[in-house]
Design a protein around this ligand. Structure first.
Ligand code: FE2
Length: 298
């Protein structure tokens, strides 16, 4: 990876420091709270495409700031789990174990579940932004896997085998997974599941801007790979996710209050990790840039 680099525009200087083994960068100097020049925004988006995960450290945002900054990249999704959105800003999906002011964060006590956000939508999200509002002193890291580098290093026979394969992503499959791992958690109601019928997605994605291929493997969301029986399908997904999540392709983000992390859902996978929810509070705000956002998908 490159070393520290700086880019200056009319409204400031972006400083970039690579952080992951093959991807990821910390970015400082981005005017998150106020106006952003088109030039600065273009530079930031170029960094997102290049590094796939951007960490903006300790900037302290309120929900309105987060929504305003996120919306610069394109229309925002409203999460399918509406109960877990923030009443004053429905674009914000709340994650953690906090309940207050009519908001109940989505709490998951499950095991690792690698995915890209909203893969069950016909047009999945381009990018997500995740903000640390209340951060426990230990645990709760967010882990990212470089699905682009992981694809690049597959052996040629595997690349050939998976080329053109289609996986079916289903909110119902995710609901059943959640039920097995979180028996006490409220699951999606049938109308939510009906609103998102199963969607066919390529197992290998091509990024619309960089042209890079990446592995689009979300084991808890994929019901099956088309043309395979269940056993073959599960074995293939297991092989691919095991490859993609080797330590050399993973960056684990240890949160500080006020950190903002933005990632490109078309190039990386991510998962939560556990924390001691009996001792600590956690509250994260997520916004999700809808698919085919003009600035991100030019
Ligand atoms: Fe996610």
């Amino acid at each position: 990876m490159d070393q520290v680099s700086m880019m200056t525009t009319g409204d400031g200087t972006l400083t970039t420091r690579p952080i992951g083994p093959t991807f990821g960068a910390e970015v400082t100097g981005m005017p998150i709270h106020g106006n952003v020049s088109p030039e600065m925004l273009t530079q930031f988006i170029a960094l997102l495409h290049r590094y796939r995960v951007l960490v903006v450290p300790e900037i302290m945002l309120d929900p309105a700031d987060l929504v305003a900054f996120s919306a610069r990249f394109g229309p925002l999704e409203i999460h399918s789990r509406f109960d877990n959105t923030l009443p004053a800003h429905r674009e914000i999906f709340c994650v953690g174990n906090v309940e207050r002011d009519g908001m109940k964060a989505s709490f998951n006590r499950g095991v690792e579940q690698w995915h890209a956000d909203s893969s069950y939508r016909a047009v999945p999200s381009d990018a997500s932004l995740f903000y640390g509002e209340i951060v426990p002193p230990e645990g709760a890291e967010t882990m990212f896997a470089d699905a682009t580098a992981a694809y690049r290093t597959l052996d040629p026979a595997m690349k050939q085998r998976i080329e053109g394969l289609v996986a079916v992503h289903s909110l119902e499959t995710l609901r059943l997974w959640g039920q097995r791992h979180n028996p006490d958690r409220k699951q999606n109601i049938p109308s939510q599941v009906a609103a998102f019928p199963p969607e066919r997605q390529p197992l290998v994605r091509v990024h619309p801007v960089t042209g890079s291929k990446s592995l689009y493997v979300c084991p808890a969301v994929i019901s099956h790979v088309e043309g395979m029986d269940q056993a073959e399908s599960e074995a293939l997904l297991e092989t691919l996710i095991t490859h993609a999540t080797q330590p050399r392709y993973v960056y684990s983000h240890r949160w500080r209050k006020g950190d903002l992390v933005m990632w490109d859902n078309r190039a990386v996978l991510h998962t939560a990790s556990l924390f001691d929810h009996t001792r600590y509070q956690r509250l994260m705000y997520r916004t999700t840039v809808a698919g085919n956002a003009p600035l991100l998908s030019y």
